[in-house]
Write a protein that binds this ligand. Structure first.
Ligand code: SAM
Length: 274
């Protein structure tokens, strides 16, 4: 477990994932009934943008820092949450925490012992949040379905292992089998197109209905050693997701892209609703 999100917090991938996350949670909250959110790869919840880790890569300067000045209306909600504390960037648990209503709850799993400890301490007195040091892939079956019967599962793996797309696909199928009405949102990297295409094809062959993928890329993905873009695959997207995600991506793309006309975005319907 070498991956530490502190090096990457607030980068373009966080901006894309978290802007969509805010929209998804708010969409689930259109009804008053409680929701639960499972954040399978939670990280530490809050990141110091002035830390040596953040300074080493400076990724946030090409991410959230590019969105703060006069954000377009569609990004205002996310940017307000992401910039609420000066020089700090909220991770997914903190973003969800900001959105939780009294009737909602958040469950986090984080396997890195130090990051787990940081996250556990952060929410030690928060009765709406449970933090487990638990393997994400096992959590996806053990903790589903939610008793609330409504909710979101955010899956945000580090993609350090060569078989992580296959692992992700297996976990999505296993999780969906236990909680067919849940909204599943899985982040994935776009380095080279081939593994992404294979992942999409595997999900199309999975028998699961109603799947879309939102993608954002910074440049044409010709160098597979670089993180050229990223995607969020969503199963059971709430009503209006495709239009809202397209608008969010269209606002993010020119601000985060490299400006060489290779940047772009797409909203792909992989499987129709039943
Ligand atoms: N979701 C976080 C956010 O948006 O702020 C960032 C998560 S980061 C990309 C991935 C996290 O997953 C790391 O903190 C890493 O320690 C953790 N991790 C890696 N493998 C895991 C596993 N099998 N189970 C749970 N956590 C894992």
């Amino acid at each position: 477990m070498n991956y530490r999100h502190a090096f990457h917090a607030g980068n373009f991938a966080d901006c894309m994932k978290h802007a969509l996350l805010v929209w998804l949670v708010r969409a689930l909250q259109r009804k008053d009934t409680p929701i639960a959110v499972l954040d399978t790869h939670a990280g530490i919840g809050m990141y110091d943008l002035e830390s040596s880790h953040a300074a080493r890569t400076g990724e946030w300067k090409r991410g959230i820092a590019r969105l703060t000045e006069n954000p377009p209306e569609v990004l205002e909600d996310y940017v307000a949450i992401a910039t609420a504390k000066p020089s700090q960037y909220p991770g997914s648990p903190e973003i969800v925490r900001t959105l939780l209503r009294p009737q909602d709850r958040l469950v986090c799993s984080e396997l890195h012992p130090e990051d787990f400890g940081t996250l556990k301490r952060r929410y030690a007195r928060d009765r709406q949040i449970t933090v487990y040091m638990r393997d994400a892939w096992k959590a996806m079956t053990a903790l589903l379905p939610f008793p609330e019967r409504r909710g979101l599962i955010l899956i945000d793996p580090p993609f350090e292992e060569p078989d992580e797309f296959e692992q992700l696909q297996r976990a999505l199928c296993a999780g969906h089998k236990r909680f067919a009405t849940g909204v599943f949102a899985a982040w994935y990297p776009i380095k080279h197109r081939t593994p992404v295409r294979m992942f999409h094809e595997a999900m199309q062959a999975s028998g699961i209905h109603d799947i879309v993928a939102a993608e954002l890329w910074l440049r044409t993905p010709i160098d597979p050693t670089k993180l050229n873009g990223c995607g969020l695959l969503v199963i059971n997207p709430p009503y209006g997701f495709e239009e809202a995600a397209s608008n969010l991506l269209a606002a993010l793309s020119p601000r985060l892209g490299e400006g060489d006309y290779g940047e772009g975005h797409a909203l792909i319907r992989l499987v129709e609703e039943r």
